[in-house]
Design a protein around this ligand. Structure first.
Ligand code: LLP
Length: 418
């Protein structure tokens, strides 16, 4: 559930009229409902209450400071994947002992920064990474917690770009290699290899692949000779974009908790989409309606640079008019909703049945709170959109729209070219 609802044909975010925000902020902008965000966090926290799981929100889904701060205020930790995310996490004010750091390509500098910050642990994805971590920890005279990311080799029904737990994937370490690492753990005197990490993919709507992966992990744990402390089962929980019927947090917990409890390890989850996905929308204006030979295009002021999921994954996002035309059953039309970017792949919807819209109408692209702003770019030298958060009956700009000056930040024309 989320708190973007039409009342008397006008879209509200909590108790604020979206057209009023659009009037003030101008389009396009991302709009978040604070209550929806926090509510989704609480849902997952509550579902795993019996084991007091640490929920580390995955910043890659949405790393805006206000969004992360709202979750940190609720007690969330953060799952990071780069030095940049570490920097932002610290700015948000999260307890570093609630930061977990994943990713297959951490640089020495990033590792040093995270060690200095004294984060909870590193999720390690390869032997060479382990060797580097040990040497950096040694030179900093620290003992550092490490979780090994296992690749459980389970197939998951989702977009092929977001499957991460099969043997074809670049992520994680196979069970056999992990077993050898545990056997040789003396070779890493500066590391405490005391956790296991899993992340099998994203937008997974059923608990079955998790259970399958966890069974394999449990079999591994039974034979693991070490004093393990942490089990991090990653993120990946799917949400409703269109007609998906994803598991609830409660059903998911019910399916996986029996195995998790048997491990007796401290549980960590890293949800991104589940927490943020339906708590945000992208608000955009219709610039033109263009008729071609056999198509009708609704051209909007948000493009693939603002929201790349449809172009990149063919992802479906529901699109709704912010003000519904009230006169009876409004006529519909089948259209491509496209952006201004010079690419045929720049679309937010293809062959979509929409109520008739005209120039100047405002549209809401739903389910845009995760992997929306974080995947945006300046392609076509388009300034990035603003971000706004509604808290009950007030709205706050949590990030200004970029201005043209931002487009040339750090650029220099060498004297020789002047
Ligand atoms: N933990 C790890 C190690 C991850 O790699 C990810 C996401 C997460 C947690 C959070 O996954 P979530 O709960 O959000 O599914 N850009 C794609 C999704 C890529 C996911 C990458 N990893 C999209 O827009 O669908």
């Amino acid at each position: 559930m989320h708190e973007f609802r039409h009342k008397n044909n006008v879209l509200y975010c909590e108790s604020v009229r979206v057209p009023d925000i659009a009037e003030r902020v101008k389009t396009p902008f991302y709009l978040y409902s604070h209550h929806t965000l926090v509510d989704h966090y609480r849902k997952i926290k509550r579902a795993f209450k019996s084991v007091d799981a640490l929920i580390c929100f995955s910043m890659k889904a949405n790393s805006s400071l206000a969004v992360c701060r709202a979750l940190v205020n609720e007690g969330a930790g953060l799952d990071i994947v780069s030095g940049g995310e570490l920097y932002k996490a610290l700015r948000v004010g999260v307890d570093p002992k609630k930061i977990v750091y994943a990713g297959i390509g951490k640089t020495r500098r990033e590792i040093e920064e995270a060690m200095k910050a004294d984060i909870l642990f590193f999720n390690v994805e390869s032997l060479p990474e382990l060797i580097l971590l040990d040497s950096v920890a040694g030179s900093m005279r620290r003992i550092v917690n490490v979780s090994l990311r296992l690749n459980p080799d389970v197939a998951v029904k989702t977009h092929r770009y977001i499957v991460t737990g099969t043997s074809e994937s670049k992520f994680g370490i196979g069970f056999e290699a992990a077993r050898r690492i545990f056997e040789r753990s003396d070779a890493f005197p500066n590391l405490r290899i005391n956790g296991l990490h899993l992340h099998i993919g994203s937008q997974i709507t059923h608990s079955r692949p998790y259970v399958r992966a966890l069974r394999r992990v449990y079999a591994f744990i039974k034979k693991a000779p070490r004093n393990l402390q942490y089990l991090n089962i990653g993120g990946g929980l799917g949400i409703v974009y269109g007609n998906e019927r994803p598991q609830t947090a409660h059903r998911f917990a019910k399916a996986v908790l029996p195995i998790i409890k048997k491990t007796k390890l401290k549980l960590i989850l890293e949800p991104g989409r589940f927490v943020a996905g339906n708590s945000g929308i992208l608000v955009t204006k219709v610039l033109y309606v263009k008729e071609s030979l056999n198509k009708r295009f609704v051209i909007i002021d948000a493009g693939m640079n603002d929201m790349v999921r449809p172009s990149f994954y063919g992802a479906y996002h529901n699109i709704q008019p912010v003000v519904r035309k009230s006169h009876g059953r409004a006529p519909h039309m089948v259209v491509d909703v496209v952006g201004p970017v010079c690419e045929s792949g720049d679309f937010l919807a293809k062959n979509r049945r929409l109520p008739m819209v005209i120039e100047g109408d405002i549209l809401a692209v739903m389910g845009a709170g995760a992997y929306g702003y974080t995947m945006s770019s300046n392609y076509n030298s388009r300034p990035r959109a603003a971000e706004v958060m509604v808290i009950r009956d007030r709205f706050y700009t949590i990030r200004e729209r970029e201005i043209y000056r931002d487009l040339i930040k750090g650029e220099v024309i060498p004297r020789e070219l002047r």
